[in-house]
Design a protein around this ligand. Structure first.
Ligand code: NAD
Ligand code: MG
Length: 285
C-alpha cells in the first residue's frame, strides 16, 4: 500500500499558476509507480493543464497505456518539459502547446496544431482551470469573474466545438469538474460556479453526442495536492489541506488518473454523461 503524505504540510505560497518543482512535498504524478497495460494503444489525446498536477498524472498514465499526447498549459515551461520527458520515456510522442485559454483563437489553434501533428483526436481532456480565494463578494474583481468563466468553461465549449470534426465514433471527452460543483466553497465563488457549469455542460453534451458514439464524462476531484492549491489558497489552508476528508489527507494526482484511463478507454464504452468523484470520501450526491 502507498503511504501518501498527510497534513500538516510545510508553509508555502507561490504566484499563479504555480510551479510543481517548487512544491514540498513534491506531488506524486505516478512517475515511479504507474504501470500501463496497453489500454489506450495508438490513441491520440489532447490534455489541457497537462504540465502539472492531475493533468500531468493523466499524461503519464495515457502515455504508458500507449497514447501519444498533446499537452496544453499556460506558460509553465519547466513543468511542461518534465511532463514531455516522462511521455517520451514511455516511448510515446508529446506535443507542447503553451498559451492562454481565455482567448478564442488559442482554443482553436490548440486543436488545429494537435491535428496537424497527429491527424485526429481520440481523447479530449479539458482539465485546465483558474481559481482564486476571496472572503467577500465585493472583493471579486469583475475582470477576474469573467476570466474565470472564459478559462474554466467557455474554453471547454470552444475546444469541444473545434475538436468535434476531428473525433471519430468511439472517441471520449473528459472534463475536470470538482466537488465544488455541488458543494460550493464560498471563498471560491466564481470557480465553484464554473465547476457546476462543467458538470451540467457534460451531461448535456453527452446527450447531444451520443448518436455520434462520442462519450462525454466529468471527474470531480476532492482536495488534490497540486500547484493550483499552493498558488491560490491561504497558507493555513495549504498546511492542513485534505485534513477534513474521511481519509484525512489530500489525494495525489496519481490517485485521480485511473478514472481518466477508464473513461478514455474502450472498456468505458457504455459510460457517458456521468460525473465521477475522487474525493477521499467527501460525499457527492
Ligand atoms: P494544476 O495547477 O497542476 O493544473 C491546472 C493547469 O491549468 C495549470 O497547470 C495551468 O497550466 C492551466 N491553466 C490555468 N490557467 C490557464 C490559462 N489561462 N490558459 C491555459 N492554461 C491554464 O492544478 P490541478 O489541481 O491539477 O488542476 C487540474 C484540474 O483539477 C482543474 O480543473 C482543477 O479545477 C481541478 N481540481 C483540482 C482540485 C485540487 O484540489 N487540486 C480539486 C478539484 C478539481
Ligand atoms: Mg501548472
Amino acid at each position: 500500500m502507498n503511504d501518501y503524505p498527510k497534513p500538516p504540510f510545510p508553509k508555502q505560497h507561490q504566484p499563479v499558476p504555480g510551479s510543481q518543482r517548487k512544491m514540498d512535498p513534491y506531488p506524486d504524478c505516478g512517475e515511479q509507480s504507474y504501470k500501463g497495460s496497453g489500454r489506450l494503444t495508438g490513441k491520440i489525446a489532447l490534455i489541457t493543464g497537462g504540465d502539472s498536477g492531475i493533468g500531468r498524472a493523466v499524461a503519464i498514465a495515457f502515455a504508458r497505456e500507449g497514447a501519444d499526447v498533446a499537452v496544453a498549459y499556460l506558460d509553465e515551461q519547466e513543468d511542461a518539459q518534465e511532463t514531455a520527458r516522462w511521455v517520451e520515456q514511455a516511448g510515446r510522442q508529446c506535443l507542447l502547446l503553451p498559451g492562454d485559454l481565455a482567448h478564442k483563437v488559442h482554443c482553436r489553434a490548440l486543436v488545429e496544431k494537435t491535428v496537424e501533428r497527429f491527424g485526429r483526436i481520440d481523447i479530449l481532456v479539458n482539465n485546465a482551470a483558474f481559481q482564486m480565494t476571496h472572503e467577500n463578494l465585493e472583493d471579486i474583481p469583475d475582470e477576474e469573474w469573467v476570466m474565470t468563466f472564459d478559462v474554466n468553461i467557455t474554453a471547454i465549449f470552444r475546444i469541444c466545438q473545434a475538436a468535434l470534426k476531428h473525433m471519430q465514433p468511439g472517441s471520449s471527452i473528459i472534463n475536470t469538474s470538482s466537488v465544488n460543483s455541488d458543494m460550493p466553497n464560498p471563498t471560491l465563488l466564481a470557480y465553484a460556479t464554473t465547476k457546476g457549469a462543467i458538470a451540467n455542460f457534460t451531461a448535456g453534451l453527452a446527450q447531444m453526442l451520443g448518436p455520434k458514439n462520442i462519450r462525454v464524462n466529468s471527474v470531480a476531484p476532492g482536495p488534490i495536492w497540486t500547484p493550483l492549491i499552493v498558488s491560490t489558497m491561504p497558507e493555513e489552508t495549504v498546511q492542513n489541506f485534505g485534513a477534513n476528508t474521511p481519509l484525512g489527507r489530500p489525494g495525489q494526482p496519481v490517485e485521480v488518473a485511473p478514472i481518466y484511463v477508464l473513461l478514455a478507454s474502450d472498456e468505458g464504452s457504455y459510460i457517458t454523461g456521468q460525473r465521477f468523484g475522487v474525493t477521499g470520501g467527501k460525499p457527492i450526491l
